[in-house]
Ligand binder design. Structure first.
Ligand code: PBG
Length: 334
């Protein structure tokens, strides 16, 4: 126990009085190196705004390269790519996910050719590519079958590794996928490809705007992901999921969503001591943007405070749609 001097020996406000002493006792800092920028890449030309995520756009590969250049200049270590395929390419089995000339495969090639030093992360899950909007393959009852889905994810992941993705990020929550993917990558000679596992991914209502952005919302309809994503009521289960992913060979471990799940981020980092990432998801972003647009909160201050909160909880990095905006603020000394 610390000795607790009573007032007036202890006046907590002494250190808060001036900017210099506030800065000297600051325990956590946010830097551009903490940020991962998720981007949506579409098959159309130019940029298309995502209505439910003000400031976020679906990008053509040309536009993606411009964004990548700015991210690199700002010191953001990596982009995380999400594909928005032509609706005509969607099938029940999601086979467009592993096409050699698929949108993600072309985007990764273009990025690695232009900016080899920028980290490129790719999402592995079938939902943007399936007619039913599920991350995996349904049987006749609609249940998402595990092992067949994992086999499809292996094809998708190998197609990403083959074009140079640095980090493969499975967001599907199938059992055993990390171990199977790790073995498949090793066997194919991709020994450097990192796995960023969505270890503790909850069945969350905060994903709504994302599903509109990748165009899976209408396909999913009234469907849900409760048989594979985690119950928001649970915490110990998240620790078990991360432990399994450690054993199966993941390199990086993600908790998702972010702010409402900081207790999970804290537990993962402090109980397991692994590289821990948090995803500030689309609904969290949309809430801050909407409140700021109404003048109800200060958008920039709220954004930076929310990101710092992840650091305080122990996150080693944050996936956030605010990445560019936040890095610009940090650069200009916000
Ligand atoms: C699906 C996937 C989702 C997100 C990332 N990958 C949505 C879902 O599980 O339905 C959500 C990201 C966000 O909301 O920002 N594989």
């Amino acid at each position: 126990m610390r000795p607790t001097g009573a007032f007036p020996q202890t006046r907590m406000r002494r250190m808060r009085r001036d900017d210099f002493s506030r800065r000297l006792m600051r325990e956590n800092v946010l830097t551009a190196a903490d940020l991962i920028y998720p981007v949506f890449v579409h098959e159309n030309a130019g940029r298309e705004p995502v209505a439910s995520m003000p400031g976020v756009e679906r990008l053509s590969i040309d536009e993606l390269l411009k964004v990548a250049e700015e991210a690199l200049e700002l010191g953001i270590p990596a982009l995380d790519l999400f594909g928005v395929p032509d609706p005509g390419l969607k099938t029940a089995d999601g086979a467009a996910a592993w096409r050699e000339d698929g949108i993600i495969q072309r985007a990764v090639r273009a990025l690695k050719a232009r900016f080899p030093e920028l980290g490129v992360i790719t999402d592995v899950a079938l939902d943007p590519y399936t007619t039913h909007g599920q991350d995996g393959l349904p049987d006749e009852t609609g249940y998402i079958v595990n092992d067949e889905t994992v086999a499809a994810l292996v094809r998708q992941a190998l197609s990403h590794a083959a074009v140079g993705a640095d980090v493969i990020s499975p967001s599907d929550m199938m059992d055993g996928r990390i171990g199977t993917l790790r073995n498949a990558l090793e066997e194919a000679g991709f020994i450097h490809t990192r796995l960023l596992s969505y270890s503790a991914k909850y069945a969350s209502s905060f994903y709504g705007p994302f599903r509109s952005a990748v165009g899976s919302a209408a396909n999913l309809g009234k469907g849900n992901k409760y048989t594979y994503q985690m119950d928001p009521a649970n915490s110990d289960e998240a620790i078990r999921e991360v432990e399994l992913d450690i054993a199966e060979g993941a390199d990086m471990f993600m908790v998702k969503p972010g702010l409402p799940y900081l207790d999970i981020v804290y537990r993962v980092k402090h109980e397991l001591g692994v590289p821990t990432y948090a995803y500030q998801v689309s609904g969290e972003y949309a809430m801050i943007k909407a409140a700021a647009a109404n003048g109800w909160v200060d958008g920039q201050a709220t954004m930076l405070e929310s990101l710092l909160a992840f650091k305080r909880a122990g996150a080693d990095g944050i996936l956030t749609y605010f990445a560019l905006e936040a890095a610009r603020c940090l650069k200009h000394g916000a």
